[in-house]
Design a binder for this molecule. Structure first.
Ligand SMILES: Nc1nc2c(ncn2[C@@H]2O[C@H](COP(=O)(O)OP(=O)(O)OP(=O)(O)O)[C@@H](O)[C@H]2O)c(=O)[nH]1
Ligand SMILES: [Mg+2]
Length: 294
């Protein structure tokens, strides 16, 4: 009998949750960046085993962060609500950090659920990683958890992690065809790719101020062309220049990189038109937040 399970990926901002998901799924399902709070929705990534063991359905979540800001509280809500739906909880920990309050708070949250917990001790490729120290601290709260040392970027420990997850998975039929690796709608994927390029070029507070809106999508069948018009929204007029760059160099680079990556997703030539717009304090606007997060 095949196995199939849903797995919630939880962890602090920048622990490497999305990177790990992409490495496991072998496709870029979820965007990544060095700045924290890159993932803002729950994102499904699907891994179908080559060896016929079955399917693992992962839900990537926004980084769990202790804060009272409304934006953070919403991200936290999304994370917490995925926990109840999962068969297995996958806790991704950045072992370059010292075990702190946040790591332990998340461990307590996971210990309160009745699902099996797998802890991925990530970033072991890093010179200052100390997975043993992290494991000792977490074992006090999660003594029953399965601990696996991994590097999401250098692809270390990934097979052991998959074995561990399949061992814990319930029996069940595959829910998606073999070649599916995500269920995200095209418009969302396009917006996320553009956001990734913008966020990775941005500095300091700016990544949090960015969100991308797809204003128009058209297909010209004759020319086999998908035409996309998108806006990169920032909060203040003064931030527009930071995205646009000197003589438009920033926005040109974003457009070029995003266009290339989007072209890999669809059987069309892509024409991408991206503009930058200041639209006020979007993080406080409930409507925008809803559109963005749910
Ligand atoms: N050295 C090293 N860096 C890693 C590893 N995994 C992830 N990173 C880096 O850590 C940073 C954050 O990675 P993400 O995958 O975006 O982290 P995340 O947990 O999804 O973050 P949020 O979505 O913001 O909560 C990026 O710069 C990654 O390249 C790893 O195994 N080793
Ligand atoms: Mg992420």
């Amino acid at each position: 009998m095949k196995k199939c399970s849903s797995i919630s990926i939880i962890g602090r901002p920048s622990a490497g949750k999305s990177t790990l998901l992409n490495t496991i799924c072998r496709y870029k399902v979820s965007i990544t960046a060095p700045s924290p709070q890159t993932t803002r929705n729950s994102i499904k990534g699907i891994y179908t085993d080559d060896g016929g063991r079955g399917q693992l359905l992962f839900i990537d979540t926004p980084g769990y962060h202790i804060s009272d800001k409304s934006f953070n509280l919403r991200l936290k809500d999304i994370t917490v609500s995925t926990i109840g739906e999962a068969d297995i909880l996958l806790y991704v920990v950045d072992t370059v950090r010292k075990p702190g309050e946040e790591e332990l708070e998340i461990a307590k949250l996971l210990a309160s659920g009745n699902q099996p917990v797998v802890v991925a001790l990530n970033k072991i490729d890093h010179g200052r990683a100390h997975p043993g120290l992290m494991q000792l601290a977490l074992e006090k709260i999660l003594p029953q958890a399965h601990y696996v040392k991994v590097s999401a970027t250098k692809e270390k420990g990934i097979d052991i992690l998959k074995d561990t997850l399949f061992n814990l998975s319930p029996e069940g039929e595959q829910l998606y065809p073999d070649d599916f690796y995500t269920d995200q709608p095209p418009e969302f994927r396009i917006a996320e790719i553009i956001r990734e390029k913008a966020v990775n070029r941005a500095k300091e507070e700016l990544p949090h101020a960015i969100y991308v809106e797809i204003a128009d999508l058209e297909i010209d069948e004759k020319k086999n062309l998908l035409w996309i018009r998108a806006f990169i929204n920032v909060e203040r007029e003064s931030q527009k220049g930071l995205v646009v760059g000197k003589a438009g160099s920033g926005i040109k680079a974003i457009r070029k990189e995003a266009q290339k990556e989007i072209a890999g997703l669809f059987p069309y030539k892509i024409y991408l038109d991206v503009r930058v717009k200041a639209q006020g304090k979007w993080r406080k606007k409930d409507q925008v937040l809803k559109k963005l997060l749910y």
